[in-house]
Write a protein that binds this ligand. Structure first.
Ligand code: ZN
Length: 307
């Protein structure tokens, strides 16, 4: 797996997923966080969500956040829930848009008050607004490995959602999300088996660590060809609409293990740990990441790539 040429792309979603379920933080502080993440080497940052402030008060002022972000090498992403959100995002200068559609209709109804079928129709509306403007789109399929509600998720319908999303949004990339931390390597393997033979070359994973499986899932997926991951610094995060959801896979946990394996991430772990520390003050409680608590690895003589 570690052949020396493997690369990994990490998108830090702290300013969006990391902060959405907590106490509201000012737009200026969220922009400052996004910039600090870029300075730490994150090539992709999800900086805001253009949702209704009534539905998700912590995400109010997304246009203000984007107004404070500089043009730089880092790709800034924003989540939009519908065509109106896409119009607002484009007006604020957003060029990289994440949209979600849920493999669980029960979750979809709680999260966006629409069935999965209605959400898929909404993707076409978002595409009609965004693609002529040249926006890059990423469809995040939530609850791809299990639902927090009673509905049963199995691999084949997940792939049906992926296929329908790509019909609605041709050319979009696909990210499978373990929204509530129910994925295991076996469940991911089951979904990948269904995907085999289909042309989903740029597949990403968005993992939550509710049951302590996020890092195991990421490493398993990496070994099986996934090189794109969503993470949050400090392991913050979780959907306000998913009962019991734990935080995101911590950026520092993934960076620490990949770098130790000799996989370059381009991310400065010490800088991420400083950001994790400052996040504790920002959100008013300690962050869940283990690496943030324990610090970087001590030197171990005989570190060499396993290739
Ligand atoms: Zn998430």
């Amino acid at each position: 797996m570690t052949n020396g040429t493997a690369t990994v792309t990490i998108r830090d979603v702290t300013p969006r997923d990391g902060l959405q379920a907590g106490t509201p933080v000012s737009s200026a502080a969220r922009a400052e966080l996004a910039i600090a993440l870029a300075d730490a080497g994150l090539a992709h940052v999800e900086a805001a969500s253009f949702v209704s402030a009534k539905a998700v008060p912590t995400m109010a002022g997304a246009d203000e956040v984007f107004g404070l972000l500089p043009e730089c090498d880092t790709v800034w992403w924003a989540l939009v829930p519908n065509a109106r959100g896409a119009e607002a995002a484009l007006a604020a200068g957003v060029r990289n848009i994440t949209v979600t559609v849920s493999a669980s209709t029960a979750y979809s109804e709680k999260n966006v008050r629409r069935s999965t079928a209605e959400a898929l129709a909404g993707l076409a509306e978002i595409a009609a607004v965004s693609q002529p403007a040249g926006a890059d789109l990423d469809v995040v399929v939530s609850c791809a490995f299990g639902s927090p509600f009673d509905d049963v998720i199995s691999p084949s319908p997940v792939i049906d959602v992926v296929d329908a999303a790509l019909r609605a949004m041709p050319g979009a990339r696909i990210t499978l999300a373990d929204t509530t931390g129910t994925a295991t390597p076996r469940r991911i393997a089951a979904v990948f088996a269904e995907l085999a033979g289909e042309a989903h070359t740029d597949l990403g994973l968005h993992l939550h660590d509710t049951r302590g499986t996020a890092l195991a899932n990421a490493l398993w997926a990496f070994e099986h060809g996934v090189h794109r991951f969503d993470t949050a610094t400090g392991g913050l995060g979780g959907s306000p609409f998913a009962p019991g959801a734990g935080g995101n896979l911590a950026t520092e946990d993934l960076v620490l293990v990949l770098e130790d394996l000799g996989i370059p991430t381009g991310i400065d772990l010490d800088a991420i740990l400083r950001i994790a520390d400052s996040l504790s003050s920002l959100v008013g409680h300690s962050v869940p990441s283990r690496t943030a608590a324990a610090g970087p690895l001590p030197f171990f003589d005989s570190q060499r790539p396993l290739a």
